[in-house]
Every structure is written in structure tokens, then in C-alpha cells.
Design a binder for this molecule. Sequence first.
Ligand code: ADP
Ligand code: MG
Length: 232
Amino acid sequence: MLDPHLQRVVILGTGTGVGKTHVAAALASALQARLGAGQVLALKPVETGAPYRDAARLQTHNAFPVKPHPRYALPEPISPHLAADRAGQRIELGEIVAWVETLEAQFALCDNTLLHICACSVIETAGGALSPLADGVRNVELALAFEPACWVLVAPDALGVLHELGATITALGAIARAPDAVILSAAATPDASTGTNADELRRLGVADPLVCLGRNDMDVSALADWVSARRS
Ligand SMILES: Nc1ncnc2c1ncn2[C@@H]1O[C@H](COP(=O)(O)OP(=O)(O)O)[C@@H](O)[C@H]1O
Ligand SMILES: [Mg+2]
């Protein structure tokens, strides 16, 4: 059973370690608060580097056990295409889409009350938007496979982000389309640019971040409101 207003949110990043999992987990929580527990799926289709902490963290938001999670669990902490190769696997976009669709279609009844019907899936990609999943297949192609979807691009509030966001948004536009929302998340190590980047990105016309998260800040309400509004 599928919700006709089901929204998919694809979390893309300017790289690895930029805050994608932090934003995905915060968004899953915020959407659950709006839509109801059990109506949001938080998924990590491809993860490299055992143990699979991103999938485990996102799984805490799911109303039922997602197995397998990640769909592609690749032990070596390297690029997905290489990690898959070394694990004797090949990442297939069709398999990922089928995995997500099957999970979205799962629902549970208790005393004739619908406990779970997926209203929104939050899907975290592995690495950067242009990281390869297989020959000729990158995260941007995975995002395209989920269309129509909300593309959220996460970047660190740190030195280098003016270039990294500019480069990623330009590349996404050339290959596919612009992201729907840009989020800055606190850098692992703050620097002299932290706190200034959102305004500079706007002034330079690179991006207009919807949310700028400080250290340990999980308030993505503006993003959750925007995603919820797209459901109607
Ligand atoms: N707003 C934030 N506040 C505190 N720590 C953050 C924030 N954003 C990211 N981090 C931390 O930075 C590191 C990388 O973030 P993560 O979400 O795992 O990145 P990615 O999923 O892009 O690899 C993690 O240790 C994470 O907890
Ligand atoms: Mg992550």
C-alpha cells in the first residue's frame, strides 16, 4: 500500500563527512513529529566501511526492522564502486530503487488500525554527489532514479565551502538539475569562516541555504516544513 502523496528526500553531499547523516537523522525526527511515528523511513542504501554506523543510526528512526540495511554493505572504507568491486558485488540502481519501494509499500495493522504507512522516505547517499557507485553511475544518477524527489544538498560550514558548493551545484545543473535545498552543517573542526558562509553564499549568488546548523544543532524545522508542504 502506497501513500499517494509519498515524498522522497534524497540527501546528497559535497563530500564525505559533511553532515549528511546528521541532517538525515534530524530530518527523520522532525518529519516524524509532524507526520507521526512510523510514517517516515530513514534509509542508507549504500554504505562503505564496516561497522555500518550510518544505517544503524538511521534505522533507529524506523518503525520496523529494515533488513538488509544498508542494501549494499561494503566492508572497505573506500569509494562505493571500488568497495563493491572488492566485495565481489556490483551496485545496481534498479536494485536500490526496488529495495526502497518494497520498504515504502510495507505497512502494519494492529487492531485494524494502520500503524505504518510511509509518508516520507529520507535516503542518504554515500560520499559526494558525484562519487561513483559503479562505472558511469554516480549518486546524482541515483537521485535521478528516485525522481520526483526533493534533493537536499548538504555542505560543511567551513573554509572551502564556497568553492565546493559552487562546483557541486554547477555540476549537478550540467548533469541533471539544481538541488531543491541546500543545508550547511557545523564543520567537524570550526574555522575562521564558520558562521560567515551562509551569508557569503547568498551574497555571491552561489546558494541560499535553507538551514545553517550550528554545533550539535538538530533544528531542521524549516526543511521539514518545506518537505511536509510538498506532500499536499
Ligand atoms: N551540526 C552538527 N553538529 C555536530 N556535529 C556534526 C554536525 N554536523 C555534522 N557533525 C559531525 O560531523 C561528522 C560528520 O558528519 P556526518 O553526518 O557523519 O557526515 P556524512 O554523513 O556526510 O559523512 C560526524 O561526527 C557528525 O556527528
Ligand atoms: Mg553519512
